[in-house]
Design a protein around this ligand. Structure first.
Ligand code: 13P
Length: 256
């Protein structure tokens, strides 16, 4: 199986940006450009307050819509949190878990990751589990150790049969929002290491079907090069996903 046997997955993480009408405009524009969605999967991760409206506009198209975080219980005294079943209820079909901003700004520990991932899968949400090292960890030669620890945590309850519904995003923290992209060599090295880890953990078939996507200062002018790397199966885009004139060329990276 070559890497293109895995459907390319281009995802936009809007973080705490855009307003309601801009979100809806973006969805309409993306929807109009997607075609039947057979050759690539596209998803947007919108602020949760707009998700119900965004999913309503996306309906009837292959565009996936997701939340940026969940808590792993179904209900209870968890002020400010959202349950996976709530995202499902308003029509979202996917979710980000362990984004570096959740880990670093909001101090989410590794111990939560496996439960969040399992909870998403149990509720039929497609999780993207984010991993990545800080610049200090990279400089201290700890990239592999850190990522393996994060993988260990997130894969706690993942089984081989989940591999087609589960995605890993490698997002080096030093490349997020900085304009500094990992070189194709740096990204290729880590993606290969992640796939090897998955192979050892879940076996060959799962390792061949599970997508590992890259995030961190993805732009229209580096999308094609990143997507040419064998183990990069897609892109998780922050800043450049906020406007159609930068996000559409990334979605259509191979048409340029
Ligand atoms: P940027 O594309 O703005 O660097 O953000 C990447 C990211 O964090 C996507 O989740």
């Amino acid at each position: 199986m070559t890497h293109r046997a895995r459907k390319p997955y281009i995802a936009g993480n809007w973080k705490m940006n855009l307003d309601r009408s801009k979100c809806l405009d973006m969805v309409k524009t993306i929807k109009g450009r997607l075609g039947d969605g057979n050759d690539r999967e596209v998803g947007v991760f919108a602020p949760s307050i707009y998700l119900a409206d965004v999913t309503a506009v996306a309906q009837g198209s292959p565009l996936g819509v997701g939340g940026q975080n969940i808590w792993y219980e179904d209900s209870g005294a968890f002020t400010g949190e959202l349950a996976a079943r709530m995202l499902r209820e308003i029509g979202a079909d996917r979710v980000l878990i362990g984004h570096s901003e959740r880990r670093h700004l909001f101090h989410e520990p590794d111990e939560w990751m496996g439960r969040k991932v399992r909870c998403a899968l149990n509720h039929d949400l497609l999780p993207i589990y984010c991993v990545g090292e800080t610049i200090e960890e990279r400089r201290g030669n700890r990239t592999e150790r850190v990522i393996k620890r994060q993988l260990e945590a997130g894969f706690e309850g993942v089984r081989a049969e989940d591999s087609h519904r589960f995605t890993v995003a490698y997002e080096p923290v030093w490349a997020i929002g900085t304009g500094e992209t990992a070189t194709t060599e740096q990204a290729a090295h880590v993606h290969k290491m992640i796939r090897k880890w998955i192979l050892q953990r879940l076996g060959d078939e799962a390792a061949q079907s599970l997508r590992v996507i890259y995030g961190g200062s993805v732009k229209p002018d580096n999308a094609k090069e990143l997507m040419s790397v064998e183990d990069i199966d897609g892109l998780l885009v922050g800043g450049a996903s906020l406007q159609a004139d930068t996000f559409i060329p990334i979605i259509e990276y191979d048409a340029r």
